[in-house]
Design a protein around this ligand. Sequence first.
Ligand code: NDP
Length: 495
Amino acid sequence: MAHDYRILIDGKLVKPVRGGTMEIINPADNTVVAVVPKCSEEDVELAVAAARRAQPGWKGTYIGARSELLIRLAAILREHQDELVPLETMQYGGPISKTSRFDIPFAPAELEYMAGLGRSMTGHTISADPDARVMTVREPIGVVGLITPWNFPLVTAVSKLAPALICGNTVLLKPPSCAPLTVLKLGEYAVEAGFPPGVVNILAGPGSTVGEAIVRHPGVDKINFTGDSFVGKRILELASQKVMPVGAELGGKNPMIVLDDANLDGAVEGAAYAAFFNSGQNCGSPSRFYVEAGIYDRFVEKFVAAAGRITVGNPMDPDTMMGPLAYNACRDNAERHIARAKEQGARILLGGERPNTPQTKDGAFVMPTIFEVYDNSIDLMQEEIFAPVVGVMKVGSADEAVERANDSRYGLCASIWTNDYRKGMLLVDRLKVGTAWINQHLAIVSETPWGGQKESGWTKENSILVLDEYTYQKHVWIHLSETPNTFWKEQIALD
Ligand code: NDP
């Protein structure tokens, strides 16, 4: 029997007030895998009220007790790992080799990491005035709205939920409409773990209605959003009406720079993995390659050969390396970009088509696609495609590579491949990005901060820095004598 998915409001698993539903489609074959609740503004209203009621109690709960609940939730997630892995794969196409190794195990690990890290949270003491004790006291922001994308549905949600909760916030979490299943399951586990009513609220429904209602609501104190830069701008626009802070993890168009002295095989392995892992649907994937002339021909030949060996197919097959894109519109967008790149003078070296096999004929598949590019201003090198479609360009020097890498409205991450670490480090200094790797790409773990610059946003996710996203540091000044220091002491002195 089909699972009865519910939303979570005020500690109860319920159906939306208006009873709406949405179908969840498996992008591998376009069949319906589940029917889930579709919320409306009324549900947002109820969830905000519950979160507001719960906030003082949760803020006032000893952090060790909050931590224990996070750890309990992690344990329940682990118990259900085998059930969650195929669910994650079916709803957005991430191959099971990825969801079983990364998406699902990473979620409890993130909860446990934050459960420990949060307990070490401190404020500052400030030696400003010997007549005073001055400090900052960290407080939760209040009620936070967490709006998440589909490319790692559970992990992205937990990466926001865990720090928000350990810091003492109550939350409204809205997963993506195409892939909410594992986050809705998380709601069931939050009830089982014993979170007090109203601390965790989970609402599924369209960003344009439910998402915007969360952003607009006067009872929501902060939004933390991961998604497209265009949507991020809309959220910022709405938030400006309330002067509300927004954490923004937005799009990317990430460069990979390969210098003449790089280890060729290492660079090729890094390129093929980082560009095509998860069908290139990673905010950190490289999609622009700037390769120095001396190594260019050998790199391109090997990169094309390596990408050609990627097995594309049914994401439920453990040997599949690349599954479909998340839904048909993503495939159609990739195909539009492939056609546009050809029109704009790029030369196709690999792919550009759908795979031609019986098991992929009904799905949202695109083969790994590599173009040789002669003009850095074409759409392929400037627009985020979020698909396995990349451009490779020959450059005359490391300086030219960095210049071209920075010639983008995005600034999420970049990598430099060289055996000259001094040169690499000096180039890193010139890259306008949030993360720069040398001889690595897509290394992202809980302990390392993640977030961009420019139109990629400014927030930090993961690491100890994430605690600043979910707390407010209140300045507290305690004067040590009974009379204050003022400039008017003599003028207004009382007898
Ligand atoms: P979207 O921006 O389309 O959606 C993200 C979330 O925002 C979804 O829950 C969506 O709901 C919601 N949303 C959409 N419109 C609104 C709105 N007007 N108001 C409030 N919420 C809204 O992104 P995708 O899900 O397509 O994810 C891919 C994007 O995410 C890429 O651009 C990628 O680069 C970026 N990303 C960035 C990361 C980073 O760390 N910088 C990490 C991962 C992804 P609904 O699903 O109902 O539309």
